[in-house]
Structures are given as C-alpha cells and as structure tokens.
Design a protein around this ligand. Structure first.
Ligand code: SF4
Length: 583
C-alpha cells in the first residue's frame, strides 16, 4: 500500500503565533491517516517526555473521511500519554474528520508551546493562534458555546489546567471525552482548544465504485442484530450491552470485587430510555447513531461510564450516574477513569460513596482540590501512594472499562498486552467471546486466543487508520472496506495488505513503548483477577484466571507477534515490517 492523499499541516507554536507549513503525506505505515499515520509521527520522539515542546500532538482523519462510507466519519487524536506513559491514540466522533477532509488535509501535527493559553483555529488549512488566557477555568460546554465555531472544537476543561492525569479532550456536541490524559497534552502546549473547519468538496477517485462499496456496507450493517437489531446499539446506545455483560457475570462491581450488580435493572439502557426519553446522537456518516442525549441537552453516559458510575462505585441511583458523567464532560475529565479511581478510593478507605459525596469528589478532581487532586492522578498513582497498588484496576495505568476479564479470556489477554493500556477496543475481544461474532469462541479458555488476538489487533489497527468505527467489525471487515478505500483513493487496496499494514502499526507502537521502558512486566493484569473469583451465575462459575494458562497464552502471543520472551521488539521482525529496532 502506498496511498497518500491529503497534505499534513505542521504547526509550530512559538510565542503567540502559529507557523504553519503544508507537507506531502508519504505513508510509511502503509496508511495515509488515522492511527497508522500518527504513530509514524510519534516514533522519532519516543524518548521525549510527553510535555517536551518537540513532542507532537497529532490529529488525523483517514482516507475515507468526508465520504459517505458508513461508520467512517471518525478521526484520531494521538500523543504520548501522561497517564500511561505509552503511545496513545483515541478515536473522536464529532466533525473533525469532515473538517480535515474539507480542508484538503490528512491531518495536523502540532509542536512547540504557546506563550499563553490560546486557541488554535484552522480554517480551510490556514492556522491562527488566538490567545485566551482567561479561558482555562471555563467548562468544555462554555468553550464550545462561546466560540460558535462552524467545524469541530477539540477542547479542554478545567481539569487539564490543574495538571490532572485524567484530563481528557472533549470532542463533538454535546461532547464525549477522549481518554489517556490527552487534555493534559493540549495544556502542555498551552492550548485551550483546537478548532478546525473546512469548506472544500471532498474528491473521490471513483464515485460509482464508492457508491457500490457503500451499498454493501449499508446492507451488512442493517443486517447486524448487534448494531441494528431490536436490542442493538442503535436502538439503545452502547449501554444496550449492560444486560448482556451482567447476565454473563462480567459487570465490574465494587472495584471488580464482584461481577454482577444487584441494582442493574434500575440503571440499564431501558431505564435510561424510560427516565430521559433520549435523542440519538452520533458521528457523521453513521446511520446507526449510538450516542444518547437527554431532552434538555445533557449528554447521557455510554456503556463504560454508565456501568462504572453505577456498579463499579456501588451506586444504585441512575440520576447520580447521569449527573457525574455530565460533570466529567464539562470538567474535561475522563468519566471512565474518574469512576474507577473513585471505586479504588472507596475500597482503600472503606468510605461508602453517597450520591452527594460522589459528585463532590468529581468536582474536586476537576478543579484540583483536596483529595480530588490526589485522585485525579489516576487509580494506579493514587493506589501506589496509599501503599495498596493492587487496588488499582488498571493496566499500564489505564483504568479498565466495563468488561471483567475473568469472564472472557481473550479479552483478558488483550487488556494485558494492549499498547495503550487496559482497553477493550484494541482487539474488541468481546465480539467473539460475548457477542459470538464472527465465530463464537469459549470465553473461559485461552486455546487459540493468542492468534485470534494477533489478527484482531492488526485488523483494528487497520480500521483505526482508515478511521473506521470499531463497531463496524460486528457487521463487516477489511474485505468490505478494501473496495471503498480503492474507490476513494484510486489506488489498489487488498485486505491482506491492509492487515499487514495494521501489523506494522502495532509493532511500531511496541517499539515506541519499549523505548519508553515498557516490557513483559507491564503486559499484565491486576493480581485480583488471578486470586479472586467473580460472581457466579445460575449455571456457571466465574473462577479466578489460571495464572499459568495466562502466562502461556502471553508467551504464545509474543511468539506470534515476533517479540522476544521479554515482550520486546526484535530486529529481524522490525526489519521485515519496514521498521528499525536496535535494542
Ligand atoms: S456506531 Fe456510534 S461510535 Fe460508531 S460511528 Fe456510529 S455513532 Fe459513531
């Protein structure tokens, strides 16, 4: 693959001005956009701290951005994470992908640091820096409202300006939070917001071919029960999965000390629908919108935020969960991590979290006050400071999402080896173990999971590089996306080559992380999962994960991925993938 549509706008923030420069987009990763392009930008800077002025902050759309290909209207924000210390990318909904495509840009790479807190505005590819030193205390909602910008506004909230490692970037409207401390990366560059708009028509090489590829994808997504069915994501939002995970004994409850939540029926997706009569919200170019917003404009929690602000913190009150999630978004605080560190605190201190206490601690985290300041460092740092590191339910510092790994062993392995920390979307293991697609596997068995994980990581890296929504894998894969890529760019696209390019992306991430000191010891799960059982169901048990079986599966994964037994890159594998590793 050698497609390279769209220039890259490189912005150097110096003094109170931006120095933009457009450069061509050679595609070293095999992908001209998204995660694949961003990781190649970050690779030369792997040795630098996240807040070094030369460290890039990357915004990329993909080669399908701005087209009508369904579920491909997303974009990537990537940097080195202050929370995990790893390379980190997050998919954003909202309008960024269309704004970049409408500017004729594949992406924007920002380096340097503004003198004073400022906003970076990019209109049709022209960048201007606008000082706004008084805006650092503003909520993310207020920033978007004051700007009235026609395109996308990626913005911080107060959390980023108090140094919170849990500070996220808020994207879209009403807003969702990109994880990994990316808000702190913006603040390190003295950026309150980055706004992008573009008004050009997007050129595709073969409009008729793209129309055919789109029709195929529309048919397949419409036929997917998980996406479009009566209980699917577009009917109830991602929270639709909460009933299923609970029935399988996989709902993280009381900081993962239990795996079924007794109050689940009062806080699930149908309860949200009854209580809030939600409107559907979603990404552009998506006919299956999975976001939800209350009639008064309040953003409603997605699966991870809803599950964690109820079951994980042992809160049976739906209104409190909705309020906590909305406050997090306005404060620019990652709701999944915020709930997780609160659950960690409740376990360590023994303090039950009443609704008022929970909301007060969220506010304190966002504003850097008292105990909240400690909690906003993240669960791993907080638990270490309290002398009980085992109470942090995180991998590489990233707090786990709404699926307990004791209920799905492929998921357990993918959490452990993920290049960005404990993320279930790196390989989307729940698709085959929980949703039984495309082929059902035994969720309590590691057999074959290392190879499935290797292949799934490569496919997901390819999707992240296009940039396609991971939920698309519930209906289609690279076989259906290759014709769309070919039609959009005019270059041949082969599913096997796309998967190989995804493999290159994952390996480049392993190289970055290895240069930052990550190895086998960090590819692991919290000890609790190997020593304590989950909550059994009527006809099944949720035993602790067998440590020896996990280690054998991880070793198999390392062999298949072409890593050493210590989880480090190998020079020969790197060379085969067109990369370099000197150890
Ligand atoms: S399914 Fe949801 S996350 Fe995926 S593209 Fe559609 S609205 Fe966006």
């Amino acid at each position: 693959m050698s497609v390279s549509p769209g220039d890259i706008l490189r912005v150097r923030l110096e003094a109170t001005t931006a120095h933009p420069e457009r450069t061509a987009n050679p595609s070293a990763s095999g992908f001209p956009g998204g995660r694949g392009r961003a990781v190649m930008e970050l690779l030369p800077y792997a040795h630098l701290p996240f807040d070094h002025p030369d460290m890039p902050l990357c915004l990329f759309g993909g080669p399908l951005s701005g087209t009508t290909v369904p579920l491909c209207g997303r974009s990537i924000v990537a940097a080195i994470s202050p929370l995990t210390g790893t390379v980190f990318d997050a998919q954003a909904g909202g309008r960024l992908a269309f704004a970049l495509a409408g500017s004729g840009l594949a992406g924007v790479v920002v380096a340097g640091r503004a003198d004073v807190p400022s906003g970076l505005e990019i209109v049709d590819g022209q960048a201007v820096l606008r000082p706004c030193p008084d805006w650092t205390a503003l909520g993310a909602t207020d920033i978007a409202a004051r700007l009235r910008f026609p395109g996308e506004v990626l913005r911080t909230g107060p959390a980023a300006w108090t140094g919170a490692a849990l500070a996220g970037v808020v994207a879209g409207r009403p807003g969702h939070v990109l994880r990994g401390g990316l808000g702190l990366c913006l603040a390190a560059k003295n950026l309150v917001y980055v706004a992008v708009s573009g008004s050009r028509a997007v050129h595709v090489a073969d409009a008729a071919g793209l129309s055919l590829a789109r029709a195929d994808l529309m048919r397949l997504t419409a036929a997917s029960p998980a996406l479009a069915g009566a209980h699917g994501l577009s009917r109830f939002g991602t929270a639709a999965l909460m009933d299923l995970t609970d029935s399988l004994g996989m709902t993280p409850t009381q900081n993962f000390r239990a795996t079924r939540f007794p109050g689940q029926k009062a806080v699930n997706a149908p309860a949200l629908a009854r209580g809030y009569a939600p409107r559907r919200t979603g990404c552009r170019a998506c006919h299956l919108p999975c976001g939800r917003m209350a009639a008064d404009g309040t953003p409603l929690p997605d699966l991870d935020a809803l599950s964690h602000f109820t079951a994980l913190v042992d809160n049976p009150d739906l209104k409190t969960a909705v309020a906590a999630n909305a406050r997090c978004i306005d404060l620019g605080l990652d709701p999944v991590s915020a709930a997780s560190v609160l659950a960690c605190h409740a376990e360590i201190s023994g303090e039950p979290l009443s609704p008022s206490r929970l909301l007060a601690l969220v506010d304190d985290m966002g504003h850097g006050r008292g105990l909240g300041r400690e909690l906003a460092r993240g669960a791993a740092a907080y638990a270490r400071g309290a002398g009980l590191p085992g109470a942090a339910m995180a991998v590489k510092g990233l707090e786990l999402g709404a699926f307990d790994p004791r209920g799905a062993y492929g998921l357990a392995l993918s959490y452990a080896v993920s290049t960005r920390g404990g993320c279930h979307l790196r390989a989307f293991g729940i698709s085959h173990e929980v949703l039984r697609k495309p082929v059902a596997t035994d969720r309590f068995d590691f057999a074959g999971k290392a190879r499935i994980l290797f292949q799934a990581e490569n496919v997901l890296a390819a999707l992240d590089s296009l940039v396609a929504c991971p939920y698309l894998t519930l209906a289609a894969s690279l076989e259906e996306l290759a014709p769309a890529l070919c039609a959009a760019t005019g270059h041949p696209a082969d599913p096997g080559e796309m998967a190989r390019a995804g493999e290159r992306v994952v390996y480049a991430e392993r190289i970055i992380n290895a240069r930052r000191g990550f190895a086998v010891d960090q590819d692991d799960l919290p000890a609790r999962f190997f020593t304590e059982p989950g909550t059994p169901g009527e006809d099944f048990a949720v035993p602790p994960i067998d440590r020896a079986a996990f280690l054998a599966a991880r070793a198999a994964y390392y062999r298949i991925r072409g890593l050493t037994a210590a989880g480090l890159p190998r020079a020969d594998t790197a060379r085969e993938l067109g990369l370099a590793w000197t150890g």
